[in-house]
Ligand binder design. Structure first.
Ligand code: AP5
Ligand code: ZN
Length: 216
């Protein structure tokens, strides 16, 4: 299974990915998590990415494409993968397609999780993220058992720097301009599967899992 998750910021991609990687035992590559770890570690990649991320802009294609293609060439991904947050532009989608072609592989499906802009703002403003592993919670919709502590590994929960109102609006406009064209791009290639992301996390999960199970 070679799967991609797409959708606006806050659609629940990370939330669903946590469940799907367990269901299907897939290696998981989330460019947002990779970039945040690079920023925290102060690597060259992190230094290049930080200003773009803080502003709610995309990191330049030439920076991110190399990172993800290298990750996909690793042994981990040889039997399949779940990509979250990549591709996010048409040039990124072209680069991924070419790289897969070269090694005789192809995408199985592109899973679109759809929610409207108002819901995005509600979700991101209440999101809390685990500093260690990126596990996500919501103060209202998916609260941790103990305030500000990750259920899974006991780490501290914080608000992401880019989950401030102005940055959320900027990320939404970037999504509509630069990422949404991928919906038509993958629909034209008969790869797109749409899911209503406004339902409860367990329902969204049931729908996606049932669809993916038919693709194996
Ligand atoms: P990234 O980390 O990928 O951010 P994003 O796409 O904006 O996605 P999010 O992580 O914000 O949301 P999500 O859909 O995973 O939602 P979640 O499950 O957390 O990217 C960050 C930045 O990195 C970018 O802005 C860019 O700068 C850079 N970047 C990354 N990839 C790049 C690329 N390819 N090219 C260039 N730049 C790149 O859920 C959100 C909240 O809602 C949570 O609180 C959750 O608990 C709650 N929730 C989830 N599902 C439900 C539900 N069904 N009902 C109610 N609440 C729910
Ligand atoms: Zn955690």
């Amino acid at each position: 299974l070679n799967l991609i998750l797409v959708g606006p910021p806050g659609a629940g991609k990370g939330t669903q990915a946590e469940r799907l990687t367990e269901d299907f035992n897939l290696p998981y590559f989330a460019t947002g998590n990779i970039l945040r770890a690079a920023v925290a570690d102060g690597t060259d990649l992190g230094k290049q990415a930080k200003a773009f991320m803080d502003a709610g802009d995309l990191v330049p294609d030439e920076v991110i494409i190399g990172v993800i293609l290298e990750a996909l060439q690793g042994e981990d991904a040889s039997d399949g993968f779940l990509l979250d947050g990549f591709p996010r532009t048409v040039p990124q989608a072209d680069a991924l397609g070419e790289a897969l072609d070269k090694v005789g592989r192809s995408l199985t499906a592109v899973l679109l999780i759809d929610v409207d802009d108002d819901e995005v703002v509600r979700r991101l403003s209440g999101r809390r993220t685990c500093v260690k592993s990126g596990h996500t919670y919501h103060v209202e919709f998916d609260p941790p058992k103990h305030a500000d502590v990750c259920d899974q590994d006991g780490s501290r929960l914080v608000q992401r720097d880019d989950d401030k109102p102005d940055t959320i609006r900027k990320r939404l406009s970037v999504y509509h301009e630069q990422t949404e064209p991928l919906v038509a791009y993958y629909d034209d290639r008969d790869l797109l599967r749409r899911f209503d992301g406004t339902r409860r996390p367990t329902e969204v999960h049931d729908h996606i899992r049932a669809t993916v199970a038919t693709l194996r």
